[in-house]
Ligand binder design. Structure first.
Ligand SMILES: C[S@@+](CC[C@H](N)C(=O)[O-])C[C@H]1O[C@@H](n2cnc3c(N)ncnc32)[C@H](O)[C@@H]1O
Length: 456
């Protein structure tokens, strides 16, 4: 791996006698991890089912290292069923610093592809409101797919700039994560392309952008709200110095300590402009000190009094014809109901409790996308399949993850039915929902979304 000369010189000067240990990590294989979705499977169940060779990640519960030479968890049907998220191990450290709780209002401002949002939503147990935002439309689409795969019901995926979002949600959120776009120095082993984009100028451009994004986040945070800032880069300009400048700009912001165990290091006062001692409260994850690619994180609180948020709640339309959905639910659901139903065009959603007004925002997904009202019938959405448990649907087809039928389903092929069902069937892998099929006369027509089908 050929690293930029300027980067090497800079890191050598910064790290002094640690530099050789740091550079040696570039000769080693990258670390890879997966984090299980405890909304769908608990740790004990996972340990019985786990088909991969994994080891627990010490600094995050529910996170596991896997070996990229042995396993490809991204291609396993359990991935399609949303049982886990593939995420770089040190990135898993950040979202838990928010301590997001059920019922809170949380914003993940730079969210795609969704690693940290899916983690936050799990902490929230699907209750409260998580706005998961991404500025670039293509990336926002990938984010929405991951939110759907994880079976999330309380998440609103938006495709907005931080500026526009801040106009809509002043002083609204209990917690905000800014996992900022950065120069990506911690990505060099995972995505060697990041090396070619690196330059000192780019580091400074990123710093400028990060400070801007933080200002918008500040204006959306309510009094006593928690803000977590993180990057996957090493440069002090984007880490310690961003926090230093942000603290200088806002005397109502305080830095909170982060527990530094398992080889997690602290931010460096000597890397700030004014030798800011309290920057030791921030955390640095280094590839030569723990198994992970590297991250920086800071935890902040807004002490100052802000005006009360004046975001209105969503107004439900009273005149909705839900007859076909009600019939579908009566025919197929078992001990489950969905609340806060709202039609947007023909598409039926179950919005999160106390959903804010969303008018004027680009919304890709508001809560759970239940399905579409067609002429005289309701057609369930893929998201609904992934948000259900097998026991909540009356017609369930169980495929074995090791059986060829499972792969055939994920490729979009027709399956042979048992003959005992008629109409919609919930296809599951080892009991975990994968998607829909429609059975008639012993044949199951495949409804797995075309865009997700396996191509080989
Ligand atoms: C580090 S990534 C986020 C990773 C994500 N939090 C996760 O855990 O999967 C930063 C994100 O910020 C987005 N971004 C880029 N420029 C931005 C801007 N000016 N404002 C807000 N977000 C931006 C990028 O498209 C990218 O998706």
């Amino acid at each position: 791996m050929i690293l930029p000369t300027e980067f090497k010189t800079k890191m050598s000067e910064l790290l002094e006698d640690e530099a050789s240990a740091f550079f040696n990590t570039y000769k080693e294989q990258r670390t890879a991890g997966l984090r299980i979705n405890t909304l769908k499977i608990n740790q004990n169940e996972w340990e019985k089912l786990n088909p991969f060779q994994t080891e627990s990640i010490p600094f995050v519960s529910n996170g596991y290292y896997y070996d990229v030479n042995l396993d490809e968890p991204g291609k396993h049907p359990y991935h399609a069923a949303g049982l886990y998220y593939i995420q770089e191990p040190s990135a898993m450290f950040v979202a838990n610093l928010l301590d997001a709780e059920p019922g809170e209002r949380v914003l993940d401002l730079c969210a795609a592809p969704g690693g940290k949002s899916t983690q936050i939503a799990v902490c929230m147990q699907n209750e409260g409101i998580l706005i998961s935002n991404e500025i670039f439309p293509k990336r926002a689409k990938a984010l929405a797919e991951n939110v759907e795969r994880f079976g999330l019901k309380n998440t609103i995926v938006t495709n907005e700039s931080p500026e526009r979002l801040s106009e809509h949600f002043p002083n609204y959120f209990d917690k905000i994560l800014v996992d900022a776009p950065c120069s990506g120095e911690g990505m060099f082993r995972k995505e060697p392309d990041a090396i070619s984009h690196w330059s000192n100028e780019h580091v400074l451009e990123c710093r400028h952008m990060q400070l801007n994004i933080l200002e918008y986040a500040y204006s959306m945070l309510k009094e006593d709200g928690i803000l977590v800032y993180s990057t996957c880069t090493f440069s002090p300009e984007e880490n310690e110095q961003v926090i230093e400048t942000f603290l200088e700009r806002h005397d109502d912001i305080e830095l909170l300590p982060i527990d530094q165990q398992f080889g997690i290091d602290n931010g460096k006062p000597e890397w700030t402009k004014n030798n800011l001692q309290e920057i030791t409260k921030t955390a640095r994850l280094w590839p030569h000190k723990l198994q992970g690619e590297g991250h920086f994180a800071a935890r902040l609180r807004k002490k100052g009094s802000t005006q009360k948020a004046r975001v209105r709640e969503y107004k439900y339309s009273k005149r909705q014809n839900l007859k076909d959905y009600i019939e579908f639910a009566r025919t197929y659901f078992e001990n489950i109901t969905f609340d806060n139903l709202q039609l947007f065009g023909n598409v039926l959603h179950s919005l999160p409790e106390n959903c804010p007004e969303l008018k004027g925002l680009k919304v890709l997904r508001a809560g759970l996308h239940l399905g579409e009202m067609k002429k005289n019938r309701f057609e369930p959405d893929h998201a609904l399949a992934l948000a259900l448990q097998a026991s909540q649907f009356k017609q369930v087809v169980t495929l074995d993850s090791k059986d060829s039928d499972c792969l055939r389903y994920l490729k979009g092929e027709t399956l042979k039915g048992s003959g005992k069902y008629k109409g919609w069937v919930l296809i599951t892998v080892d009991g975990f929902p994968l998607g829909w099929g429609k059975e008639s006369n012993g044949t199951i027509k495949n409804s797995y979304p075309k865009g997700l089908r396996i191509m080989f």
